[in-house]
Design a binder for this molecule. Structure first.
Ligand SMILES: [Mn+2]
Length: 330
């Protein structure tokens, strides 16, 4: 059963050793969520600790000026002990322990209460003590905005407002994805009134492309192939592409957007070769539900944006399989 804000507040009030975490390769909504919520908890007199599997991507580092986010593999012993001794573990912007990667087994075995606040499909209620899971929200930070405001507007400080703004801006593709409603703008207007600066936040995140990153983008665009009467486009990034430029997965932020900007495209598929699997991102327009397709490959997500990680297959093999499956979608 979906829980309400009051029940969540009570659980937080009763907890003292609180850990926050989010998904692997965190995006703006993930970092915005952990930063905003940890600051809110501190204002409530708590001493939360953020532990993430991944290092914070370089263009979101400015959001954590005190370097407060602990990266699991950098402080393994300490992080394990914090997870084992916690009385509350809060999972934000994902509902799947697997997406916390190296933290998964410690979250699974910890006796702490587990709280999920998230906006993705596919939550397993049995995994959580309490959860707020609402796929209607365009970003997890939008849920946190409602939650914090419902507690007391005074907690919407400039820092918290800025973090929430980043989550909403990035998860709505800078206010152009389908769930960009008038409510999104009402919330962002309020966050700007409370000190979020849309100009500097945007520049910090998006105006940071290096020469190498642009080269990677060029290689990615070079890889485009079109199918189904130019309604489907695929793009590929290989380990070789990454290593030749000294880059990694955090540098492909925004690549799916390039595919979906092409006129007439209904479905975009990005295949990224990682060390031990292939990460596939599915994007679609309108009523085409790619979350079902992602599910067939062991993943999930939203109707228009979903993803999977697939093991023991090459990119050409996987691409061929997916393109065949698309028959049912296009
Ligand atoms: Mn999100």
């Amino acid at each position: 059963m979906q829980n309400n804000f009051r029940e969540v507040r009570k659980l937080i009030d009763e907890s003292s050793r609180i850990i926050l975490t989010t998904h692997v390769v965190p995006d703006g909504d993930a970092i915005g969520s952990v930063m905003a919520f940890s600051e809110y908890l501190r204002l409530k007199g708590k001493h939360p600790v953020i532990i993430n599997h991944s290092e914070t991507p370089f263009n979101f580092k400015f959001m954590d000026p005190g370097n407060s986010i602990k990266v699991f593999y950098e402080n393994k012993e300490e992080c394990i002990s914090l997870l084992e001794n916690a009385d509350l573990i809060i999972i934000l912007d994902t509902n799947d322990f697997k997406r916390t990667k190296s933290l998964e087994k410690y979250i699974e075995s910890s006796k702490a209460n587990k709280l999920c606040i998230d906006h993705h499909t596919g939550i397993d209620p049995d995994k959580f003590t309490l959860y707020i899971s609402n796929t209607e929200y365009p970003s997890n930070c939008s849920i946190l905005y409602d939650y914090i405001k419902d507690d007391d507007e005074k907690y919407l400080t400039q820092n918290i407002s800025s973090s929430l703004y980043v989550g909403i801006m990035t998860d709505t593709g800078s206010f152009r994805f389908p769930r960009t409603t008038s409510e999104v703008f009402r919330v962002c207007a309020d966050l700007i009134d409370k000190g979020a600066d849309p100009v500097s936040l945007y520049e910090n995140i998006f105006a940071t492309t290096s020469k190498e990153n642009l080269k990677l983008m060029a290689m990615f665009i070079e890889s485009f192939e079109f199918y189904y009467d130019n309604k489907v486009v695929t793009g590929v990034v290989t380990q070789k592409d990454f290593s030749s430029l000294g880059l990694d997965i955090q540098h492909i932020e925004g690549f799916t957007g390039i595919l979906m900007n092409i006129e007439g495209i209904k479905i975009g598929i990005v295949l990224v070769e990682l060390r031990d699997n292939i990460k596939v991102s599915f994007r679609s327009k309108g009523d085409i539900d790619v979350s079902k397709l992602a599910k067939e490959y062991g993943g999930g997500g939203h109707k228009n944006a979903a993803g999977s990680n697939v093991k023991d297959v090459t990119i050409p093999e996987l691409k061929e399989r997916i393109l065949k499956d698309l028959n049912n979608y296009i």
